[in-house]
Design a protein around this ligand. Sequence first.
Ligand code: ADP
Ligand code: ADP
Length: 235
Amino acid sequence: TPAVEIRDLTKTYRSDDEEDKTALAEVSLSIEEGDIFGIIGLSGAGKSTLVRCINGLEGYDSGSVRVRGREVRDLNPADLRSLRQRTGMIFQHFNLMPSRTVAGNVELPLLGGGMRKPERASRVAELLDLVGLSDLADHYPAELSGGQQQRVAIARALANEPDILLSDEATSALDPNTTKSILQLLRDLHDSLGITVVLITHEMSVIRQICNKIAVIDHGTIVEQGRVFDVFADP
Ligand code: ADP
Ligand code: ADP
């Protein structure tokens, strides 16, 4: 089974005082396990809506969204929670808690999971090691560079051992060199953990740097899809 299989997905935002807005129209795409899959499009194209449909944060009007073979719409609340746990998310603005240390932020998804404190501490240490931040465990987010903050967010996203990592414009606030190092980290994590990476971006350079497959979305429809190698090949 593909990691994510979307068929004829249509999503319309309804509004009482404005016109209804069809954000996704008959979108179909298939993300295989182990892909580094790039979804590229301009602002407003429907990328975030697509991501929210994949992780169950948004309902949809018609079509099918299957994650690891299961229709998201049909999941009960407990299954939805486990879907979200197995789908790590990172964002443009990192979304760290300023009042918690680096270690404290990475620990957050582990709270309430039945892990004891010493076990959590060793898991956090392992995660920080994975992203190269062991030395900064006791620092606060405000003391870190943008790239370091995104590494914290990546460690946090991996805490519950997701098999899919969804990156929503995660490098958009970073300079080109930092972008490069974060993309390299995502590729390393993909290679060492076997994690499927879905990368939403408006930047073609990001896709070229790490993705093996790409879908181009425009005004809510997929206008091109395939292997990066083929899509970029000269006709
Ligand atoms: P992107 O992530 O590519 O910028 P979005 O998925 O955020 O695109 O938005 C797709 C379209 O849906 C846009 O026209 C946007 O204005 C509209 N939209 C997004 N979220 C909502 C919402 N909650 N209510 C109404 N319209 C929305
Ligand atoms: P091995 O192949 O040595 O059995 P893995 O490569 O599966 O081990 O995992 C190595 C470490 O990375 C383990 O501590 C595990 O908890 C962690 N790990 C494995 N998969 C993931 C994942 N998807 N997200 C975060 N951590 C993971």
